[in-house]
Design a protein around this ligand. Structure first.
Ligand code: TA6
Length: 296
């Protein structure tokens, strides 16, 4: 875990400070444009609240910073695999990046008033989970929009294949009131029914557990939320999969960490590369997955 003393060099007066909560270092952004918190454990956005708006990123009311455990909510970084490992049942679900200690490598107050924060995770190639030397970086730009750029650089002499996701939990008024547009006509794998690949016709609405991996689409998605009188725009690049997930009541009860009725107030729309869209990174090459979240 990085020392709080070491973090002082990245403090930006009246914009960015750091706190330690139960052994987890958290970057706290507070500017004219927005408030946000980012855990250095996992490189996980915990909150983002543009000035004058309701929180855009959902976090379980039961979540507490815990060393070695991702918090339920925010933007977990799923890497270098999405979901269960395809061969090793004992490997951590959604990879190890979301619970690893990332190092702070830079911070900057940008001309447009947003704050840039750069975190990195160096894999030396000696891990049983990931035998490839890799430089993983995530840059956040926090302001009236939230931008996240996740880049993987292959420092080894062999190509590797990754699947990945920015597993973003968005805060909504009520799951039965919202819809998602942008994925009309896109094929998806349904992880609830395990049915053959299907194609979605119109906007997505929710009436039960939904866990779909839409593939081969770089499309921008929009969460339409009449209850909060807003739209959340989810632009992306370097991502050909979009995961849409809500656990609904029964699974939420089983998971036990979403808080009372928390499942009603959250919707995951995850910009990813998974299933048909895994990414091969050649030696000394890089791959980036980026998102820009904004409100309308
Ligand atoms: O992205 C949806 C999903 O893969 C669901 O199947 C569910 O497992 C969710 O991620 C949460 O996974 P986690 O390991 O964070 O409990």
């Amino acid at each position: 875990m990085p020392s709080m003393q070491a973090m002082q060099q990245y403090v930006l007066p009246n914009a960015l400070s750091f706190a330690e909560v139960d052994g987890v270092v958290i970057a706290q952004i507070n500017t004219e444009q927005a408030q946000a918190e980012i855990s250095l454990q996992g490189g996980q956005v915990l909150s983002w609240i543009p000035k004058g708006a309701e929180p855009v990123i959902w976090m379980s009311e039961e979540a507490q910073p815990t060393v070695g455990k991702a918090m339920r909510g925010g933007v977990p970084v799923c890497w270098p695999w999405f979901g269960p490992h395809e061969r090793k049942a004992d490997f951590p679900a959604h990879g190890f990046a979301r619970v690893a200690d990332w190092a702070c490598k830079g911070s900057q107050l940008l001309d447009d008033g947003s704050v840039s924060l750069l975190l990195e995770l160096v894999c030396d190639g000696g891990s049983k989970w990931w035998p490839y030397a890799t430089l993983l970086q995530v840059e956040f730009r926090i302001g009236t929009k939230l931008e996240i750029n996740l880049s993987s650089r292959n420092l080894s002499d062999r190509a590797f294949v990754i699947s990945e996701a920015l597993h973003t939990y968005f805060q909504i008024s009520d799951i039965e009131q919202v819809s998602v547009s942008g994925l009309e006509g896109v094929s998806y794998h349904d992880k609830v029914t395990e049915a053959e690949v299907q194609t979605h016709a119109g906007e997505i609405r929710f009436a039960s557990e939904t866990d779909r991996v839409y593939v081969n689409s770089p499309a921008t998605c929009v969460i339409h939320d009449p209850g909060l009188k807003r739209k959340i725009v989810i632009e992306k690049s370097g991502s050909d999969s979009t995961v849409v997930w809500n656990p609904w009541f029964t699974k939420a009860e089983r998971m036990g960490d979403l808080g009372a009725e928390g499942w009603r107030k959250m919707l995951c729309v995850e910009s990813a590369n998974a299933f048909d869209n895994v990414v091969t990174v050649q030696p000394q090459q890089s791959h980036s997955l980026s998102v820009v979240y904004s409100l309308l």
